[in-house]
Design a protein around this ligand. Structure first.
Ligand code: DGL
Length: 265
């Protein structure tokens, strides 16, 4: 069991932010990553569709014999995590809860903002998760659908991105939140622009960093960590031709992406 890889999946390239944090936090672990680039984005799709895609991918990862599944996609975590946990009997970790716990610890004003795709925000999964633990906290939600294409275009500091960020985030700023959850794989790339609009006093919670710590905790509790001196093997699978994935992936992970294999789930 210890020797098996960790399975990570996302709707596309964005989940590589989570893979990168897992590589840093758990450098001895093997990883199998699946990016559903044929069917991305998930953030504009229905509950039923995102659940169906997530089940198909989990089936694929289990066939590859993973010891754990990490749902790196915030949209899939918001819409499909409970379904996956009911259906499959191995540890499954989503990105919501670790980010939520960090945000609850961080807020002093008891006002937390959450930004994500339209599907994530419509699901209400973040406010529910926060209110279950801390009912007295006020949660302000904001979908930011243009952020994903802007990041994929590489417009991380572009004037257009700054304008869009101002438009989306001003209501949150006016409502005096002191903590903002970046509830989407792509948003950590926009930390600079988001911080400028929100001001330095607002804490930005990056789910990718929090989830890597959670994986470490769960594996060590289950005695599932590989020996520290093991050399990791990384495998990358995608559902469409892989050139864009490999290009963005190389920017993010450097030489860790060698071969990207195309598969049909
Ligand atoms: N991975 C998605 C998320 O974290 C963003 C991209 C998409 O919409 O598929 O919500």
């Amino acid at each position: 069991m210890k020797e098996l890889p960790i399975g990570i999946f996302d709707s596309g390239v964005g989940g590589l932010t989570v893979a990168a944090e897992v590589m840093k936090t758990l450098p001895a672990e093997d990883i199998i990553y699946f990016g559903d680039i044929a069917r991305t984005p998930y953030g504009t799709k229905s509950l039923e569709t995102v659940r169906r895609f997530s089940i198909e991918i989990a089936d694929f990862l289990i066939k590859q014999r993973v010891k754990m599944i990490v749902v790196a996609c915030n949209t899939a975590s918001s819409l499909a995590l409970a379904t996956l946990k009911e259906r499959f009997h191995l540890p499954i970790i989503g990105v919501l809860e670790p980010g939520v716990l960090k945000a609850i610890k961080s807020t002093k004003s008891k006002r937390i903002g959450v930004i994500g795709t339209q599907a994530t925000i419509s699901s209400n999964a973040y406010p529910q998760a926060i209110k279950t633990i801390a009912p007295d906290i006020q949660v302000l939600n904001q979908p930011c659908p243009l952020f994903v294409p802007l990041v994929e275009e590489g417009w991380l500091e572009h004037e257009v991105t700054k304008l869009v960020a101002k438009e989306y985030l001003t209501p949150l700023k006016e409502n005096q939140i002191d903590t903002l959850i970046l509830g989407c794989t792509h948003y950590p790339f926009l930390k600079g622009v988001i911080q400028v609009v929100m001001g330095n006093e607002v804490v930005l919670v990056d789910s990718a960093i929090e989830v890597a710590e959670e994986i470490k905790k769960v594996l060590s509790q289950n005695n599932g960590l590989r020996p520290q001196n093991s050399n990791p093997v990384y495998k990358f699978y995608v559902s469409d031709t892989s050139s864009k994935f490999a290009e963005v992936g190389k920017r993010l992970l450097g030489n860790e992406i060698q071969v990207v294999m195309q598969v049909n789930v």
